[in-house]
Design a protein around this ligand. Structure first.
Ligand code: NAP
Length: 374
């Protein structure tokens, strides 16, 4: 029996992963207990009440408390780190703890990162609209690119990914990172079930009456949260089920980056679909907004200030950047077959509109159009 620590059990990805593991009938998973590191007693209680003996919540202060993080990780052979990908010191502390184990099964960390780690900054630095990374063909080169980019310009999510893979390689820990594209769809965890990019884009479109663009070529690949969680499950099963625990089979260290990518779209398409959903839902047009569907050119600073907490670099990577990824390894190594493809993607914008309209997104439609409290 393996000994698994999960971070992010209250999150969109982590909650969906946990739900899938606990519903699985696979022999390697069906009686597994997972230790879930959480930050509040209420979270611990809800997990315990819902999942009973299948989970063992551990309360900690969070990934910033690196001493506790390393001491905690030292008790496990496998850490699934799908909580915040933006805390480099905490992520590296997980590796440090795993590296302390001198006997027992080969230690593994299965990490989460995101495609903005690969992005150019086409408005303020160099533009690479044609660039595409393939997780198999470019193994090693992707890591080298990110390491070099991060040395020039540290970006926490990238520092965490590079740091985990490098520290693991140096200390004999096996590490693989699923570098996720845009994640869409309703999660199935107990806490946050909502994605990020589409809710933000839809809210912008409803508030302003039009969509926005920073350029014509910014792109994202996408994956449904359920398919992403399924790939995490497959990776974990490979570690648990193979006699070699996946060592030598799953790429690790500087080659240990997998792209769970299904298909590619332009950012302008995201905004067009958001505007379409708002028109179809009858909230646009309204008085003072454009009568026709529109995706308007706006400035980077405006977008950074309005939707990205004034973080210009992060806004540029996400909303103007090119971050095309080709995911060869997921299907090839793990038989991953994404279930949610083009139809689900198109449906998403309507579903997200309904979730917002029905008050499932922590903000009401009325608040979006300035009618707070009505
Ligand atoms: N969502 C996307 O579209 C997307 C796309 C690509 C990559 N990613 C990567 O995936 C990661 C997870 O995304 P998500 O959408 O699942 O996020 P999420 O729903 O916001 O969940 C984040 C999880 O991390 C935990 N967490 C946050 N800060 C923490 C801290 N300081 N110490 C310990 N735990 C902490 C949260 O716990 P609490 O409940 O206690 O806050 C929660 O369980 C992102 O950080 C990013 O690196 C996300």
């Amino acid at each position: 029996m393996s000994n698994i620590l999960l971070t992010g059990a209250t999150g969109y990805v982590g909650g969906t992963f946990l739900d899938q593991v606990l519903k699985s009938e696979e022999p390697s998973l069906k009686s597994l207990t997972i230790d879930t590191a959480v930050r509040t007693a209420e979270q611990a209680q809800k997990l315990k009440e819902t999942y009973g003996d299948r989970v063992n919540p551990i309360k900690w202060k969070g990934l910033e408390d690196t001493t506790t993080v390393a001491d905690t990780a030292a008790n496990y052979d496998l850490v699934v780190n799908v909580g915040s990908g933006f805390i480099p010191a905490g992520a590296k502390a997980l590796v440090e703890g795993l590296g302390r184990r001198k006997d027992g099964p080969a230690p593994w960390i299965v990490h989460i990162a995101g495609c903005t780690n690969l992005a150019d900054r086409p408005l303020t630095q160099d533009a690479h609209p044609e660039r595409e990374w393939d997780d198999e063909k470019d193994a090693g080169a992707i890591f080298d690119f990110m390491k070099e980019a991060d040395a020039r310009e540290p970006y926490p999510q990238r520092s965490a990914e590079v740091g985990v893979l490098e520290a693991a390689e140096a200390s004999g820990v096996n590490a693989v990172s699923l570098n996720a594209p845009l994640i869409f769809g309703e999660g199935s965890g107990l806490f946050n079930r909502a994605g990020l990019v589409i809710p933000i884009a839809l809210r912008y479109a409803i508030t302003h009456g039009y969509g926005f663009k920073l350029n014509e070529t910014a792109n994202f690949d996408y994956v449904h949260v359920s398919d992403l969680a399924a790939l995490y499950v497959l990776v974990v099963r490979t570690i648990l089920e193979r006699p070699d625990r996946g060592v030598g089979f799953i790429p690790t260290g500087r080659k240990g980056i997998i792209f769970p990518a299904v298909a590619r779209i332009l950012n302008t398409e995201i905004m067009e679909r958001c505007v379409d959903a708002a028109f179809a839902g009858g909230v646009l047009p309204r008085e003072g907004t454009p009568k026709e569907r529109e995706v308007r050119q706006v400035s980077l600073q405006e977008i950074a200030d309005e939707i990205m907490f004034s973080q210009v670099a992060v806004a540029e990577r996400g909303w103007a950047g090119h971050k095309a990824m080709k995911g060869t390894l997921g299907p090839k190594l793990f038989g991953w077959k994404p279930q949610y493809t083009e139809e689900a993607w198109k449906q998403e914008f309507h579903d997200e509109f309904v979730a917002l309209r029905d008050g499932r997104r922590g903000i009401t439609l009325d608040a979006c159009i300035g009618l707070r409290g009505n």
